[in-house]
Design a binder for this molecule. Structure first.
Ligand SMILES: [Cu+2]
Length: 184
């Protein structure tokens, strides 16, 4: 007599997974990904993906091992995470030579992104669509550059890096185009 309820739940699950499939099919632009490695003695891990969606780039991050609270999060100029403190990643990606600022503004580094917000278990997820990023290689693009997570929040105004402290994770941004082609 309670048979109708499970059936309804099943069809809702089917509909929502269909919707999810449609949403991911709209995002057909090039894609890139960075695997985060811990730095400055941290245990941070995770992945950051970048996908072209219309004129913007959708940034999605899944990170663990952070201290609870906000953490500065940027694209940095050099695709080199080799230094123990990630100083090898150099400064923020800033091809236009602007000042550091809020990711929603126009006078800012192209690599300025929203702070990650870690929960009490040290986990953070982020999904944002940003201007000024291009999934190309070369002076104006972010491929072969890096993403860096900092120990402290970015205040979105202090120069040159928002006073966000040590670099606790770093990952080189690589195109996933080849994998996408073989998968579809
Ligand atoms: Cu940074």
């Amino acid at each position: 007599m309670k048979n109708s309820k499970p059936v309804r739940i099943t069809s809702l699950v089917a509909i929502s997974s269909l919707l999810a499939a449609c949403a991911s099919m709209q995002a057909t632009g090039p894609k890139a990904e960075a695997t985060l490695e811990p730095r400055s003695g941290s245990t941070v891990s995770g992945t950051v993906s970048f996908q072209a969606v219309g004129q913007k780039i959708r940034v999605e991050a899944r990170v663990a091992g952070l201290t609870p609270g906000e953490h500065g999060f940027h694209v940095h100029e050099a695709g080199d995470c080799s230094a123990p403190d990630a100083s090898s990643a150099k400064g923020h990606f800033n091809p236009a030579g602007r000042s550091h600022g809020h990711h929603g503004g126009s006078d800012r580094h192209a690599g300025d992104m929203p702070n990650l917000v870690a929960d009490s278990a040290g986990r953070a997820t982020l999904s944002a669509e940003l201007d000024m990023l291009s999934l190309t290689e070369g002076p104006g693009g972010i491929l072969k550059r890096s993403v860096v997570i900092h120990a402290d929040p970015d205040d979105y105004k202090s120069q040159p890096a928002g006073n966000s402290g040590k670099r606790v994770a770093c990952g080189v941004i690589n195109s996933t185009a080849a994998a996408a082609v073989s998968r579809y």
